[in-house]
Design a protein around this ligand. Structure first.
Ligand SMILES: *Cc1c(COP(=O)(O)O)cnc(C)c1O
Length: 363
């Protein structure tokens, strides 16, 4: 630290110079985050000093968190779902496995995930000392239905399905998983970090949420397609009493027990997440998702015409291509198998796709 502080002007001129090294979102097709919606920014600023880790001090903000959970629960077909806001998909997935481990009661617990699962499950299993079992994908990059049973045994405390995979935008056979989990009484966690705010707005999308009786728990991230500020994730559970399994005593707070992973938790991004859903409503969200899907299909068509077919037709707005080049000036990413991976987030408008395709023709 400097001994003496600097002037505000000096400080902000330094900050602006640093910010110039950040990528503007415009030519970024690799990210699942996007520019927050203006109402999210306004709501975030309004609640910027709040701490949900001490909800007795911020009862208003805490009631917004409850409303967010209620809105997301209703959207995902269970209005009485329990839940709380997390820092994102990673924390939600860690907590889901923690609950599964604590309620599962096995000495040598294992967790069965699809090969396509997000890397957060690797972290979660390491932290929680759980054995991670990976089920291979089928030809469409979904968890292979015919192989799932081979990986489950009496020590399986959790089955994970992904609704909207990070790499290929497909949905695992969740309804099949729901049947297996239901029959065997195993906790089923659906990682809908991305798809949770996309699939409900797509006509005829596969069932993935609490509508399926075997689904115990869902992660959904408002800081992705919910256009909230960062960090905004949400963990939803069918049976709110499972949170007792992760509770600890918190003697010096306004509440005496805490089931969350983080202590201090931002209220600003929770207000932001709630604000977007409330402001846009189902119709507004559907318009955003429609546009993103239209652009995804336009990109798939255009890349196909250039000789780069899509690896699999996605259900959500994530498209990966058989293409090992990258158009100049653009940010795309690579799947573990090496496919070019793109996400058509709300900041990727139709003209951005046109421009991308024009540059892809010349790469
Ligand atoms: C983004 C994502 C995550 C991780 O979420 P973070 O908010 O980055 O922690 C987990 N699972 C899926 C399916 C995701 O798309």
């Amino acid at each position: 630290m400097q001994k003496k502080g600097c002037s505000e002007e000096e400080l902000f001129s330094f900050l602006s110079s640093v910010k110039k090294n950040d990528r503007a979102y415009r030519k970024v097709l690799s990210s699942m985050c996007t520019i927050p919606h203006p109402v999210a920014v306004r709501a975030h600023n309004m609640f910027i000093e709040t701490n949900l880790g001490d909800p007795g001090l911020f009862m208003g903000t805490a009631s917004l968190e409850a409303l967010l959970v209620e809105r997301l629960g209703s959207l995902l077909h269970y209005k009485d779902a329990g839940g709380y806001s997390t820092s994102g998909g990673t924390e939600s997935n860690i907590q889901a496995l923690r609950i599964a481990r604590e309620t599962g009661g096995k000495k040598f617990p294992n967790v069965v995930v699809p090969e396509s699962a997000h890397f957060s499950f690797e972290k979660a299993c390491e932290i929680l000392s759980l054995e991670l079992r990976t089920v291979p994908s089928d030809s469409e990059f979904r968890m292979d239905e015919n192989k799932i049973e081979d990986y489950i045994d009496k020590n399986t405390v959790c089955i994970v399905g992904v609704a909207g995979t990070t790499e290929y935008g497909v949905v695992d056979p969740i309804s099949y998983l729901s049947d297996i989990a239901g029959d065997r009484g195993i906790f089923l966690h659906v990682d809908a970090a991305f798809g949770g705010l996309v699939l409900p707005f797509i006509k005829n999308s596969p069932d993935f949420d609490f509508k399926l009786p075997g689904v115990s728990c869902i992660s959904v991230d408002p800081h992705k397609m919910g256009m909230s500020t960062i960090p905004a994730g949400c963990l939803l559970v069918r049976d709110p009493s499972v949170f007792r399994s992760t509770e600890v005593d918190t003697p010096y707070l306004t509440v005496h027990k805490e089931c969350t992973l983080c202590g201090t938790r931002p209220g600003g991004s929770v207000a932001a997440a709630f604000a977007v859903l409330e402001y846009l409503g189902e119709e507004g969200m559907k318009e955003v998702v429609d546009r993103c899907m239209k652009n995804t299909h336009k990109l798939i068509l255009g890349m196909g015409e250039l000789g780069y077919p899509v690896a699999v037709r996605p259900t959500v707005n994530v498209a990966s291509f058989l293409c090992d080049k990258t158009p100049k000036g653009w940010q795309v990413s690579r799947t573990r198998a090496g496919h070019m991976r793109t996400v058509c987030m709300p900041h990727i408008t139709e003209d951005v796709i046109d421009e991308f395709l024009k540059d892809a023709k010349e790469m």
